[in-house]
Design a binder for this molecule. Structure first.
Ligand SMILES: NC(=O)c1ccc[n+]([C@@H]2O[C@H](COP(=O)([O-])OP(=O)(O)OC[C@H]3O[C@@H](n4cnc5c(N)ncnc54)[C@H](O)[C@@H]3O)[C@@H](O)[C@H]2O)c1
Length: 254
């Protein structure tokens, strides 16, 4: 019987690695023998956040680059290739949103150009920059796994989040196009779309059918699944990991 999940001498690159979901992904991959290049804005911060992972025996090297800056991504590419020689698994996890649940809903006509440009530059531009720079060496070797972080706000529109919903919808559609264009080159491209992830203790909520927030580890497990060798017949898929939130209405109202 073959293993359900295996990583034969694989190297992964994780963006947004110092964040909530990113560090869970790094920990999970490194714990299963994957060599990990972990990158975020700030290399020193990423090293501090991931110190426990490296200490636990995983092979993790930290880097710093702004995902919106193509020159920085190309320089990072040279550093990662010098250290590891290849990247088999690319996890485009870096992303931002404005927390408008706290500051109040913002109608689409009031979103300033610099606000939506920034959200698109990071969420969409980051996926574009890293995929365009790291995909060709996957194509040359005929193997690759790319996992993009979408959001359930990209699957259906979320009022007050014109920029974030629009950007994450773009990520999910870009995922499909990349999947089709690269399917014959041994590269799969899928997206994982979280909803309501706890940044601290998990809170109960009527916002999901399961009745609580999700955890970063639960997001990481879905990413981990798409990253494995054995998921090679799945491409262009978007997987909501959201406790059923996307199914709305929620809670006890049925
Ligand atoms: N947390 C949620 O509820 C949720 C829901 C849906 C989707 N997502 C998506 O999941 C992904 C991870 O989210 P998270 O909850 O871990 O967020 P987080 O804020 O904890 O982590 C995001 C990381 O991305 C990094 N980053 C942001 N802009 C960057 C840039 N320009 N260059 C380099 N690094 C940059 C940040 O420094 C941070 O460490 C994001 O793409 C997010 O949109 C999260």
């Amino acid at each position: 019987m073959t293993d359900i999940i295996s990583f034969a001498d694989r190297v992964a690159l994780v963006t947004g690695a110092a964040g909530n979901i990113g560090r869970a992904v790094v920990r999970m991959l490194a714990g299963h023998g994957v060599k990990v290049a972990a990158t975020d804005f700030d290399r020193a911060k990423t090293e501090a956040v991931l110190a426990g992972v490296v200490g636990a025996g995983g092979v993790v090297r930290c880097y710093g680059a702004d995902v919106t800056d193509r020159a920085q991504v190309e320089s990072l590419y040279r550093a990662v290739m010098a250290d590891f020689g290849k990247v088999d698994i690319l996890i485009n996890n870096a992303g931002v949103w404005e927390n408008r649940d706290v500051i109040g809903c913002k109608r689409f006509e009031t979103v300033k150009p610099e606000e939506w440009r920034r959200i698109f530059a990071i969420n969409v531009g980051g996926v574009m920059n890293f995929s365009q720079v790291f995909l060709p060496q996957m194509a040359t070797r005929g193997y690759g796994r790319i996992i993009n972080l979408g959001s359930i706000a990209g699957e259906v529109g979320k009022p007050g989040y014109l920029d974030y919903s629009g950007a994450k919808a773009a990520v999910i559609r870009i995922t499909q196009v990349m999947a089709m264009e690269n399917a014959k080159r041994g590269i799969t491209v899928n997206s994982v779309s979280p909803g309501m992830v706890a940044a601290g203790p998990v809170k109960k909520t009527t916002g999901t059918w399961i009745g609580r927030e999700g955890t970063a580890d639960e997001m990481a497990r879905a990413i981990f699944f798409f990253a494995a060798d054995e998921s090679g017949f799945i491409t262009g898929a978007d997987l909501p990991v959201d406790g059923g939130r996307i199914l709305g209405p929620h809670g006890d109202d049925m």
